[in-house]
Design a protein around this ligand. Structure first.
Ligand SMILES: Cc1cc2nc3c(=O)[nH]c(=O)nc-3n(C[C@H](O)[C@H](O)[C@H](O)COP(=O)(O)OP(=O)(O)OC[C@H]3O[C@@H](n4cnc5c(N)ncnc54)[C@H](O)[C@@H]3O)c2cc1C
Length: 276
């Protein structure tokens, strides 16, 4: 049976009729954009650009510098298959190491000359007559045969619609725009959300004895909720967070060597689900 998809040319397969500036335009230089760029390089393709609105590569790992920022997937898995890294310092490596790894890959695999920094894609439209993409960027127009959207699903900080947030008189900032100038010493801190940013931040702040964590959905961490929100009221208080963080460390680092292996992590997850 012939499907509609096979008979209708898609933008990627439609014949090129107009004159284009580049073969491939990749938007973003996080893991996805860099991975795509390296794949092209390794195939000997030279006719591509990476448009990056920021001043350096790294995406998520350039922007998220909150205390305790680290990956929650074991680093040996959270790496490019073509660039294994025997030097990860821990199972869940910190943000600065992941950023250095991405910068190193961009250099090592010859991507840097293709990156146009401080160039944001503003709009993109497919020109069916000329068979090419017409891009508007902060640096002027560009045409490309193929457009790769690697701008990241989480690259725009999302602020919750909390009534009164606009008039809140204390300091407030998003975890992706951490205010390192602001000293939190002696302050009460409320963290909203228990995605990975919320949990790592809370964990770090809880160990310093101050913070409450508010969560609406517990989508990502149903199993962590069982351990951390002991009384099930949707709020992790300091009283709950400190012993839970310690207990998790004891459960997860089974052999006490200071590292949590994927095997230990999985065992800990199963243990918590079974026990709490
Ligand atoms: C705090 C945090 C922790 C995370 N931890 C993990 C984890 O432990 N494990 C895991 O698997 N995933 C994790 N993720 C998900 C993570 O986003 C992905 O794993 C992955 O890094 C996304 O890569 P990406 O290249 O798709 O997007 P990004 O890393 O977001 O990169 C997108 C890039 O596109 C650029 N860009 C965006 N719009 C434009 C535009 N209009 N013009 C030009 N450039 C543009 C951005 O500046 C950015 O550099 C985490 C996400 C966050 C936010």
């Amino acid at each position: 049976m012939t499907s509609t998809l096979e008979t209708q040319p898609s933008p990627a397969t439609a014949p090129l009729r107009g004159v284009r500036d580049v073969g491939v335009a990749i938007i973003g230089s996080g893991f996805a954009g860099l991975g795509m760029a390296v794949a092209l390089e390794r195939r000997g393709e030279d006719d591509f650009v990476v448009l990056e609105r920021a001043h350096e590569v790294g995406g998520t790992w350039r922007d998220n510098t909150y205390p305790g920022a680290a990956c929650d997937i074991p680093s040996h898995l959270y790496s490019f298959s073509f660039a294994p890294n025997p030097d990860w310092s821990s199972t869940f490596s910190p943000q600065s190491e992941i950023l250095d790894y991405l910068k190193d890959c961009a250099e090592r695999f010859g991507v840097m000359p293709h990156v146009r920094f401080e160039t944001a894609l503003e709009s993109a439209s497919w020109d069916d007559d000329d068979g090419l993409w017409r891009l508007e960027t902060s640096d002027g127009p560009l045409t490309a045969e193929i457009l790769v959207a690697a701008q990241g699903p989480l690259s725009e900080p999302s602020l919750p619609e909390v009534p009164g947030l606009d008039s809140f008189e204390g300091t407030a900032f998003h975890s992706a725009q951490w205010d390192h100038e602001h000293d939190l010493t002696g302050e009460r801190v409320a963290v909203i959300g228990t995605g990975i940013a919320g949990l790592w931040t809370a964990w770090r702040l809880a160990s310093e004895g101050r913070e409450e964590l508010f969560e609406r959905d517990w989508v990502l961490n149903q199993w962590a909720k069982r351990l951390f929100d002991a009384n099930g009221d949707g709020i992790i208080s300091v009283a709950e967070a400190q012993p839970a963080a310690l207990e998790f460390k004891q459960i997860a680092d089974g052999d006490g060597d200071g590292r949590v292996t994927p095997y230990e992590y999985e065992r800990a997850r199963e243990f918590i689900i079974a026990r709490y």
